[in-house]
Design a protein around this ligand. Structure first.
Ligand code: SF4
Length: 282
C-alpha cells in the first residue's frame, strides 16, 4: 500500500469530538470525525479557549492536518462574522483569530472545516492531502536525499496530474534542475508547492485523463475486448454514471494480471485506505 500504515495525527476543534467546551457548556460532536474517522486517524482535540499554549504546541508538533469548527470566532476558517468596533457586521467576514494565526504559522498543513467535509469531493481532497503530508514527514525523518525526492515525485506523478497538471510539470522541472543543490534546501520548496497543488480538487475531466494514461500501460498486453471494457467504464465515469472506484478497480485488476512496478507504486491508485471508501462517492 502506498500510504503509511501508521495512523496520521489530526488536530481537531475539541467541541467536534464531543468535549463540552463551548461558551454555552455544550459540544458540537461531528459523527464523521468522532466515530468514522477515528479508525484511521489519531485525533488531537484542541480548544484554544481552554488550552495552555506550551502544552498545545507540543501536542501539535507532529500533526498532519487540522479540522476546525466552522463559523467559530476562534476556530472558524471561513465566513466567520466579524464585527466592527461599533458592533456592526463587517463585509465578507473572515477567519477566526486562532485559526488565522495557526494557518499563517503552518502554511503547508492541510486544514478544513467540519461542515465542508460532508462534501465527498472536499473530504477526499482533504484526506488525500493528510496522507501526503504524513508520507512527507516520514521521508523527512529518514533524511532528504536527491534520490529520495526524485522517487517521491515519481510516486506522486499521477496524483499530481489529476489535481494540477501544470504544477506536476513545474515540480518536475524544479527537481530536474536541482543538479547538486542541497536536498534540505530544495525539499521544503518542493513540498510547499506539492501541497498547494494538491489543494486544487481533481475533476472528472482530470481523473479521466489520468485513467486514460494509466490504461495506456496495458494496451499491449490486454485483449481488444478488455480494452473495450476499460474504455467503456472510463467513459461511464466521465459521464457521471459510475463513481471513480469502478474504473480504478478494473485497472487494478489488469495491474494484478500484468504487474508493472512503475504503476504499482503510484499513490494515485490508493492515496488513502481502501476501506475509507472515499472514491465510491466521487
Ligand atoms: S474555541 Fe474552538 S474548540 Fe473551543 S469551543 Fe470554540 S470552536 Fe470549539
Amino acid at each position: 500500500m502506498p500510504h503509511s500504515p501508521e495512523k496520521p495525527k489530526i488536530a481537531i476543534s475539541a467541541c467536534l469530538m464531543g468535549a463540552e467546551v463551548r461558551y454555552n457548556g455544550g459540544h458540537k460532536a461531528s459523527r464523521l470525525c468522532s466515530r468514522l474517522l477515528t479508525k484511521y486517524f489519531d485525533f488531537v482535540p484542541v480548544c484554544p479557549e481552554v488550552a495552555i499554549g506550551q502544552k498545545m504546541a507540543a501536542e501539535l508538533a507532529d500533526i498532519c492536518g487540522y479540522i476546525f469548527m466552522q463559523k467559530s470566532l476562534s476556530c472558524g476558517l471561513d465566513r466567520v462574522k466579524v464585527y466592527s468596533i461599533n458592533g456592526a457586521p463587517m463585509d465578507g467576514g473572515g477567519r477566526g483569530l486562532y485559526a488565522q494565526t495557526f494557518c499563517t504559522q503552518h502554511p503547508d498543513l492541510p486544514v478544513e472545516e467540519d461542515g465542508r467535509l460532508n462534501n465527498p469531493v472536499l473530504r477526499e481532497n482533504f484526506l488525500t492531502r493528510v496522507f501526503a503530508y504524513s508520507a512527507w514527514q516520514q521521508l523527512r525523518q529518514e533524511g532528504l536525499t536527491r534520490r529520495g525526492l526524485t522517487e517521491f515525485h515519481a510516486r506522486y506523478k499521477y496524483l499530481l496530474m489529476a489535481h494540477n497538471p501544470v504544477q506536476y510539470k513545474a515540480l518536475g522541472h524544479l527537481l530536474g534542475n536541482m543538479g547538486r543543490a542541497d536536498p534540505d534546501e530544495i525539499g521544503p520548496r518542493y513540498f510547499s508547492e506539492l501541497m498547494a497543488a494538491l489543494k486544487k480538487c481533481a475533476t472528472r475531466r482530470t481523473h479521466t485523463n489520468v485513467l486514460q494514461h494509466l490504461s495506456g500501460y496495458f494496451k499491449q498486453v490486454i485483449s481488444a475486448e478488455d480494452k473495450q471494457a476499460m474504455q467503456l467504464v472510463i467513459g461511464q465515469y466521465h459521464q457521471g454514471i459510475v463513481p471513480l472506484v469502478v474504473p480504478l478497480t478494473l485497472l487494478k485488476h489488469y495491474l494484478r494480471q500484468h504487474p508493472d512496478p512503475y504503476i504499482a507504486q503510484q499513490v494515485y491508485l490508493q492515496p488513502h485506505p481502501e476501506s475509507l471508501s472515499l472514491r465510491n462517492a466521487i
